[in-house]
Design a binder for this molecule. Structure first.
Ligand code: ATP
Length: 140
């Protein structure tokens, strides 16, 4: 089975959407094989979103992503990367409410920034992002 990284962002946690989002995940046939709640600091958030470092919204993005804890999950299913992106819906949660009313972002997101969940956008990103959060400490 394929693995992807799913994340409930700070607005999803503070809005109390965690249980509803997990219910949708399980009903959609994903297995949650690992999970962890973590408070990102500016340094980790900037590293996680390094590809966006030159974008105008980067400072706001880092402020948003460090505004409270996030829940990161390893999600497993056939074709997990694409299926999780389908399930979360488009980046702009405001638009998702109209075009993808059954998506997770339509359920709990607000706008282009506060879109309550994240999903890896490729197999390669999934590998990087899972290792970013779940790399085991080397045993010495
Ligand atoms: P994610 O990577 O979080 O799953 P995505 O792949 O749908 O989202 P990206 O284009 O990678 O979207 O943007 C990363 C995140 O940055 C978005 O999820 C959103 O929170 C924020 N973001 C993206 N574009 C904007 C924007 N124009 N203004 C404000 N925030 C934005």
């Amino acid at each position: 089975k394929e693995r992807t990284l799913g994340m409930i962002k700070p607005d999803g946690i503070s809005g109390n959407y965690t249980d509803r989002i997990k219910q949708v995940i399980l009903e959609s046939g994903f297995e949650i094989s690992k999970e962890m709640v973590i408070q990102l600091d500016e340094e980790n958030a900037a590293e996680f979103y390094a590809e966006h470092s030159s974008r105008s919204f980067f400072t706001n993005l880092i402020r948003y992503m460090t505004s409270g804890p996030v829940l990161v999950m390893v999600l497993e299913k056939e074709d997990a990367v694409a299926r999780w992106r389908d399930l979360i819906g488009p980046t702009d949660a405001g638009k998702a409410k109209i075009s993808h009313p059954h998506s997770i972002r339509a359920m709990c997101g607000v706008d282009l920034e506060k879109n309550c969940v994240h999903g890896s956008d490729s197999h390669q990103s999934a590998k990087r992002e899972i290792a970013f959060f779940f790399k085991e400490a080397p045993s010495d």
